[in-house]
Design a protein around this ligand. Sequence first.
Ligand SMILES: [Zn+2]
Length: 975
Amino acid sequence: MGARGGSGLYVGRRAAALVAAVLLALLAALLALAALYGRCRGEEAPPAPPSPPDGTAGGAGVPGDPPGVPSWRRLPRHLLPLHYDLELWPRVRPGQAGPFSFVGQVNITVRCRQDTRAAVLHSAGLRSRGAAVRGPLPEPGDAVRGPLPDPGAAVEVAGLRQEAAGEVAVLELRGRLRAGRRYVLQFGFQGRLEEDLDGLFLTRYTDQGRSSVLIASQLEPTYARTVYPCFDEPAMKATFNIRIIHDPSYVALSNMPAIDTSEMRDENGSLWTVTTFNTSLKMSTYITAFVICDFDYVTRTERGNEIRIWARKEAVKNGYVDYALNITGPIFSFLEDLLNISYPLPKTDLVALPDFGAGAMENWGLMTFQESSLMYLPSDKFTSRKAMIAIIVSHELGHQWFGNLVTMNWWNDLWLNEGLASYFEYLGATFVQPKLSLDKIFYDHVVQPVLREDNEVGVRSLSENEDKIKGSFSLISLFDSITYNKGASITWMLSGFLTEKLFIKALNSYLKEFSFSNANQDDLWTHIQMVVDAQDEVQLPASVKKIMDSWTCQNGFPVLTLNITTGTISQEQFLNKKNENTSTDSYNNTWIVPISWMRNGSSKPLIWLDKSSNFFPEMQVSESEYDWILLNVNLSGYYRVNYDQLNLKRLVHLLENDPKAIPAVSRFQLLDDVFALTQFGYIQIETALELTKYLAREDELFIWNVVLLNLVPENLESTLKNYEVYPLLKKYLLKRMLPIYHYYAGFIRQNVDALEPDYFAQVYLEKLFATACWLGLQDCLDLSSELYTKWMDNTQYKIPFLIRRTVSCYGVALGSDKEWNFAWEMYNHTDSTKEDKDILLSAMSCAKESWLLHRYLQYGLSDTLFSSNCTSIIISYVVTKDIGHRIAWDFVTENWPLLSERYGKELLHDVLKVMGRFVNTDVQIQELQVFYNTTLEEDERVTATLLLEFSKIENMERRQLLTKVADWLHKNVDD
Ligand SMILES: [Zn+2]
């Protein structure tokens, strides 16, 4: 599945533990990239709920099962599927009202491996319309009895039992199925078509002013069983003949090309179309797919592969899918050439669905996407949108090899699908968007975010024990950042130390061996070992399995500590030293670490650390301050580095004199590492600050972004605006920001289009400008007023997208009611997009006159001025502002009875989270508690008080930290 795009399934399981900076980075990236989300909570697509136990399932759980306790289990191996003949008939006509259902028939040819009197397969939420078993089928050596193929005799069915909790159907037989023979299991069934985005589902949408419906499917990981009875495990591959019956005005799509359409009449004599698809290749059930719609498409052929991009007619007519069409063929060819294995299907359909839970899904030959993941609006001119589409399309195309052709044996090795697809998505995307820098974007999107997440006791390892992964719930939780981003980072490291040439050679061997079949992690290691053994250029310190298992089978990652006086490198798991550490695995927390390194600017041969610490004489440096060492050059490994003070001093010196001597990605790593080391108690904040001294010479926006997210996190802006820190920070940072600020401000004033190819400007310029304005840089404030006034004078004028949020905020902040009223007018303007509305909603909270904020909050209460779900958004915007937080709090307490009646506890929870940041003293806690006493239940009061105590401790720690920062700034502000 696709990793991004607001997927309900892509759940960062440690999200709660992420530091604010990372959340903000993600938020900034999402806002800039997607720009397509609902403006207020409640308008977003609801998360897909787990399918409820279906009353129509034809039977309760197994007698004796306690109700509601899942008894999920793997299927027995008595029967293995060879081929499915599947017919699906959604009973949907255009314009018809629901409820809707579908009926179907599936005949599954199975091979019996062990004598049995029961057939056990998956089925969930389906109502049976009859079941039968025929066989044994004649085998090639059997005597031929007649001119027609013998369908086999009937095997008498004793009963069909549905185990709802286990999601299986058990077909009990009076006769015995014999090992070695083939049988056909026949099931008629019926299911409900809901608008739930799982299984086979229905979506309503508008196209060319008309409302329409479509039917589509999403079967990964275990929804195939809700569409047809099947052997729904990834290793139980089979071929499929699929037939779909549908209204004649729709087109039906599936994995394979349609080979026939015919007509039929139903019991009422009404006409339907029957579309029959060619026999598929051997594949897993979770990548079977069905779409029935009234879409248009654009098409082109690449090396005999017919590529069609389907979307709403309006979108196709407007050219919104042309970009996707232009890149899909080239990425296919790029991957075919790189992997040296042809795409085996004759066609590929990519469908832009108006509503879709996952960002995208790689179904073989019929990929499905959210519209926002596939559509590029020619008016946009946003490289960032193009980059996102290229990345998502590449990811799904990567799956055609990693996932569809070769599939993981079981979900515990899901990273073999998702990690590898996430690695190749960047190769494919930078191939079609060569201006994107592969290593910068890979580190920024993939490695850095997961390093921030994979550092707590309890975070799982990349590859799990097979027995641990059971049940649909634990499967869904595997589609997380560990699987995608750690999987891709480990792959990057592997390719790095093997060399890309050997790595690709090994993948080719792996893909060939397991085509149309399944593999586990060890199979991949074996094929890499084979290519390593067949050459002598690359020497490894241990077997591939031993090296790689240390990264995939234990959780977390190491931090290396380098002492350049002794030449010693040691490793330990990177964990928060402020918490209690617990060792959780059997590897004693050592990794076999490839270390690429550099001394005084020249790259050195790769070395390995394969124990907890080792001595490297070549890393002992001289007295000269020009003798320095840099480890993990260009993100070659999945770890952090903690340098000793001597080396850090030399690196600080080097950065001030010649920052380009260190590659950009390594400068990024260096800064990201020192801030992370500070947060986790390895080093003092002063050390991290030393590394920011050189920033006047830093011209890379993605590096500035990581510094600003650490120094000026958005949620702490009010806290940082204290009299001790703010003036010093202002002086110190502005001095360093001016060069890069003026560079970009020049483009904004004169030729903003020239920034179109600059990806990082598209996603990170906003943070730079927001900080410059926050620090009171006069030019930034002037620019904001200037552009905002220009907009007020001519509503056709568009403030450059890159800094629209900042300009709107400061436009309102620097103005009076005239500017505020204009924002209000524009917010209510019918042409405003959702994103514009969100920007304006936020901008109106930037007002500096308190009466405007009072009035804004009051507007928020109105039923007629706002849709009701905006109220809490407005409050949370106002409460984060300097002058707003007190105003918002008073407003909440005064209006509590009304707010609580309308919006319940959730609103209070949101506001309390923000208020918690301002709690420093017991007096303040008491003040909040007085309010709780009248509003909360007993148990809630206890929880809330605990949260406040926790916030108080956090805030006190932060104050201590800020005191240190202020002291350091005092000493260094004039440097
Ligand atoms: Zn995927």
